[in-house]
Ligand binder design. Structure first.
Ligand code: SAM
Length: 260
């Protein structure tokens, strides 16, 4: 998969050289390219923002600069010169690239969205700053047939889209085949197919500061361990995320679950 991130702070994305995502890049599993939006400016001051029409606080990112960047990154080079019939100001639609625009006013980015994005060949993530990106940018790429997702990583406001991009690249990247060493570790996780939070986990030593690991986990009895884990996952989800319990399909519950 290829992911292009466009930002005015490319250094923010340096963390993506570390850990599993960094390893995936070096192994060629993830082609991640970080771009400085200012490279598409044409003025001496490399300006990317201006005052909002209608007044009000803050600055807004200019559509013309974003347009230069996104036309280049969203356009499939194989199609770029093709089609005399194409409208001059509308770039040919790329087959692969999906434009992701982080914004607190977007749909919430969930594990399901991460799974969907992980099936794409190419993502382009446009990191806003200030009061955000001029609204015509999203309108224009949708109108020209690109897939565009405006996504929020939660109900709070950050200073810029870079942290959201880090979240999305990591959540999507770890789903790519070969990135997480043991693919089984993806199966039982929180927000997985079971629709539950994960059960509590323990490691050595078996006793720490007068606290014992639950006896069942030391028993070696596979079926009892599975049952215990399922029960704890249900209890934890009911206590912390009743909305997830309400969203469960009753067919996902067994008779023992219903007694809990
Ligand atoms: N004025 C905008 C609003 O009220 O919706 C907030 C702009 S915010 C200060 C600047 C940039 O940070 C946004 O354009 C977006 O890229 C990013 N951002 C902030 N909070 C975010 C969130 N919860 N999820 C995703 N991106 C976010």
């Amino acid at each position: 998969m290829r992911i292009d991130v466009v930002t005015i702070f490319p250094d923010y994305l340096a963390a993506l050289d570390l850990s599993l995502v960094g390893k995936a890049r070096r192994a060629g599993l993830l082609d991640l390219r970080v771009h400085d939006l200012r490279d598409w400016t044409t003025d001496r001051h490399r300006t990317v923002d201006d005052t909002p029409f209608g007044g009000g606080a803050g600055m807004v990112m200019r559509p013309d600069v974003w347009g230069q960047a996104l036309d280049e990154l969203l356009t499939d080079p194989a199609e770029a010169g093709a089609g005399d019939e194409a409208e001059a100001d509308v770039p040919p639609v790329t087959r692969g690239a999906h434009l992701v625009v982080p914004t607190p006013s977007g749909e919430v980015f969930t594990q399901r969205r991460a799974e969907e994005l992980a099936t794409e060949d190419r993502l382009v993530i446009a990191c806003g700053r200030y009061e955000g990106i001029d609204a015509r940018v999203v309108e224009r790429y949708r109108a020209s047939g690109h897939r565009v997702s405006e996504l929020s990583i939660g109900d709070y406001v950050l200073n810029g889209g870079e942290v959201a991009a880090l979240v999305m690249v990591e959540a999507v990247g770890r789903l790519l085949p070969g990135v997480v060493g043991n693919p089984h570790s993806l199966v039982e996780e929180s927000h997985g197919a079971a629709g539950l939070l994960e059960y509590p986990v323990y490691t050595k030593p078996p006793r720490w500061q007068d606290r014992d690991v639950p006896e069942v986990l030391l028993s070696g009895h596979h079926a009892r361990i599975e049952r215990w884990r399922r029960d704890r996952a249900l209890e934890r989800t009911a206590a912390r995320r009743p909305d997830m319990i309400a969203a469960l399909d009753p067919r996902q519950l067994d008779a023992h679950d219903r007694d809990l």
